[in-house]
Design a protein around this ligand. Structure first.
Ligand code: FAD
Ligand code: SF4
Length: 512
């Protein structure tokens, strides 16, 4: 029985973030470990609601009130088990999820303070490591059936683990030199240190999952070869087609890049530094590793005026990277007006995901956010290098699904810019040889449709994660990976059923 007065006795509290002047000198995670006392106190705030609305926010079906109570009573081993029953990688979601469960928590009603669900989750995930490591699960007798998973992001890895634990032979193909998808080279270390991925990969490996990195399926291995070798194929290739703005004058200037080019280069530089040193922390002695594109072109923010275009996760990650690289100044531009600080119940009633101003840790590290502006031109310094961004104030209206942007006359001004990063979203999964070879087509959103059993229009070829949903969240990628694994298991005639937390048509809890 949980403490019915816990939320009356304790306010919501999170561990203090590492001080800004210290953390921007290195690439280590922003949050330190919370400490058992704080986390047990916070878990005590959970009311174990008769109808736990937090469940409606989480596509994984995490048993939130159960593990809150187990943490409250200090029953860590059971909490670890309960958490892993629904989530293969709580150390990723606990660190990175924007926590739709917290937006749906009953304690958040009327603008109050929800349970710190995500913080409890990450502490349980870390307790699993501290209390004996991520032990591999015993694998049942082999089924003799074989599955190829293309893509090693959270969707592919979750599916691979589920299928291996059901006794299937699983091979994960990844075109990059390292595994993890966007978690590896997209998301910076200050949000997720890569040791968490490596630890989980060791567990998957011990459970029998085979990994083939540096293999671009469709180029290095044809779809025909893949299908000949495996009984089923899961496509989990992500939604990595960056949206661009080719019509904006000056787009072709030097110094104007896709945000992902910047993030991948920065993450690779950090990985290289870390490989030569005992820990990522050692890279942060004031000398940030220089980031370069694959052709050697520098894309480092050191000493530069940086303009980031976009308001989401990717933009905030570029901001944090720019600070750590030693940018001279950073502006982050958003087309939309500044959202309200709290939920507008008329627009997004509880328990839906609210449109509010999201302040990431990167925002408290510096930089200036500019709302309701659109770029009119990237300005040339006369040598083909960008030197400024000309912006104008705008209003944005949405009518019948179409967006109309109106420029306010006379509002134009320039911001200094040596490095411009486009973080304006993704246009779905990339068009690549693999799709044509398989006969799989992208829909109007650039994603790949799935039937109710997660199969594409091609027999034996399944799809999950961002490739199916469009650019989304890690929690959805894991949920879809688990559900697709269940469908593949059934397709292969596996014994029993695997958990399938979502179906392909499922949408996040939203008012619009
Ligand atoms: C910068 C950034 C920050 C983000 N931050 C967050 C966050 O804080 N919280 C959150 O919840 N979500 C975040 N996201 C979203 C999250 O990372 C994605 O939703 C998630 O990674 C999708 O997982 P996935 O497995 O579907 O695909 P991905 O992680 O994109 O992995 C797909 C993999 O497939 C590989 N691949 C593609 N084609 C082939 C091929 N032909 N052969 C072999 N391999 C192939 C790719 O190389 C890639 O490794 C962020 C996204 C970005 C871009
Ligand atoms: S909605 Fe909030 S208070 Fe209720 S069970 Fe879920 S986490 Fe606990």
């Amino acid at each position: 029985m949980p403490d019915p007065n816990g939320f009356l006795r304790y306010d919501r509290r999170l561990p203090a973030r590492r001080p800004v002047p210290v953390r921007i000198m290195d690439w280590r995670e922003v949050y330190p470990q919370a400490g058992e006392e704080l986390i047990r106190e916070q878990a005590t705030r959970c009311m174990d609601c008769g109808i736990p609305f937090c469940h409606d926010g989480c596509p994984l079906g995490n048993r939130i009130p159960d593990w809150n109570d187990l943490v409250r009573t200090g029953n860590w081993d059971a909490a670890v088990e309960s958490l892993h029953a629904t989530n293969n990688f709580p150390e990723f979601t606990g660190r990175l999820c924007p926590a739709p469960c917290e937006a749906a928590c009953v304690l958040g009603l009327g603008g109050q303070q929800p349970v710190t669900i995500k913080q409890v989750e990450v502490e349980i995930a870390d307790a699993a490591v501290a209390r004996g490591g991520l032990r591999p699960r015993p694998v049942p007798a082999p089924t003799g059936r074989s599955v190829a998973v293309v893509g090693s992001g959270p969707a592919g890895l979750a599916a691979a683990q589920q299928l291996a634990r059901a006794g299937h032979n699983v091979t994960v193909y990844e075109r990059d030199d390292a595994l993890g998808g966007l978690l590896r080279y997209g998301i910076p270390d200050f949000k997720l240190e890569k040791r968490h991925i490596d630890r989980r990969l060791a567990q998957l490996s011990a459970e029998g999952v085979r990994f083939r990195t540096g293999v671009n399926v469709g180029v290095d291995v044809t779809a025909e070869e893949l299908r000949a070798e495996h009984d089923a194929v899961l496509l989990a290739c992500g939604a990595l087609q960056g949206r661009d703005t080719p019509e904006t004058p000056g787009r072709a200037l030097r110094g104007v890049h896709q945000a992902m080019a910047h993030l991948v280069a920065a993450n690779r530089a950090v990985a290289a530094a870390a490989a030569g040193q005992p820990s990522v922390a050692a890279a942060g002695d004031g000398r940030q590793p220089p980031a370069v594109l694959p052709d050697g072109t520098p894309i480092d923010a050191a000493g530069k005026h940086v303009v980031i275009i976009g308001g989401g996760d990717t933009a905030a990650d570029c901001l944090g990277v720019a600070h750590r690289q030693g940018a001279a100044g950073v502006h982050q531009l958003d087309l939309y007006p500044e959202p309200p600080a709290g939920r507008d119940a008329a627009r997004d009633p509880w328990p839906t995901w609210p449109w509010i101003l999201r302040n990431y840790p990167a925002h408290e590290e510096g930089g200036e956010r500019v709302f309701a502006v659109a770029v009119q031109e990237f300005v040339d310094d006369g040598t083909g290098q960008v030197t400024a961004v000309r912006i104008a104030e705008v209003t944005v209206e949405k009518r019948e699904g179409r967006r109309t942007v109106t420029v306010l006359p006379g509002s134009e001004r320039e911001l200094p810019a040596d490095l411009v990063l486009l973080a304006i979203g993704f246009d779905g999964t990339e068009e690549q040889p693999l799709l044509a070879q398989l006969g799989v087509v992208r829909n109007g959103r650039g994603a790949v449709d799935a039937r109710p059993n997660w199969q594409t229009d091609v027999d034996g070829v399944f799809v999950a994660g961002d490739m199916h949903r469009g650019a989304s969240l890690i929690v959805w990628a894991i949920a879809e990976g688990r559900a697709a694994a269940a469908a593949i298991h059934a397709y292969l005639g596996g014994v029993g059923e695997l958990p399938a937390p979502v179906d392909p048509a499922q949408q996040p809890l939203a008012a619009r």
